[in-house]
Design a protein around this ligand. Sequence first.
Ligand code: SF4
Length: 324
Amino acid sequence: MNEPLILTGTGVSKTFRLSTHRDQAKILTALDDVTLQLASGESLGIAGESGCGKSTLAKIMAGLMKPDLGIVAYKGTSLTELPRDEQLRFRRSVQMIFQDPFSSLNPRMRIGDSISEPLGIAGMSADRRHQELIRIMNAVGLDADFSNRFPDEFSGGQRQRIGIARALAANPEILIADEPVSSLDISIQAQIINLLLQMKNDYNLTMMIISHNLMVLRHICSRIIIMYLGVVVENAPAAGLFLRCRHPYTEALLAAIPGLGNRQNPGARLLNDDLPSPVAIPSGCRFHPRCRHAIEICRHEVPPLSEHATDHSAACHLSKQLYG
Ligand code: SF4
């Protein structure tokens, strides 16, 4: 990674209290000591099953939620220590794209007004704003004549284009997309993925994409982090992960991909059970109740995240024995 780091999270932890009854309060651990780095121009993918903490991580990295512990830093300065004008700059610099763009759009606002809202906040004149609106709508493949329509007049794919256009209007450096295509038909997913890639190149963006779909991440991302029950279990270049993963959880995720199956690890098994509850995290290696390779040490000793190949780390006691 030779580019400067633009956004980092160090030791990020987050819990939620599930009940207000004092005696029955349950603590849900969403993130536990997560460290990640986003280099300028990089596209980082975050994968894992629902409930692994990836959406919480996205919100914390975007500054929309505070961690209980740990530091999120923008260009080397903790978000909590950014001067006020820099905080405003950070908010504009980091834009989010959500799984359901409809819920993030005002249903009573014409989409032209929604998209150009950030331009107005930036102080652009009405004429310039109109020109920019047309340029951005064309860039994301929306007919500028649609600007007078309301969100409910658009298809799911078009709404996601509106969400991307609105994010681009803020002239961001970093785009954080949380499951940007999972609610779309397969045929539309490819269009939106290609649009994100094109926007990344055209606008020189740094991207963090959250998805449970590893094939989506493989297409967009240069690096992929695999999360399991609030921790990072593998962090690798996308190509290296698909060539030779180094964690049994990743092995199981890859085995579930149609057409890819267990080619990489012939004995790999699919995960047929649910993720354990994040209010009752298993001891030792969190994955041990579902791991086909688990041995005694896995039940009581937490495996550290350590580098097993250049730029490729995994948190598994047996990574070297299993994957070389
Ligand atoms: Fe499986 Fe043990 Fe590795 Fe955890 S540490 S993934 S249980 S082999």
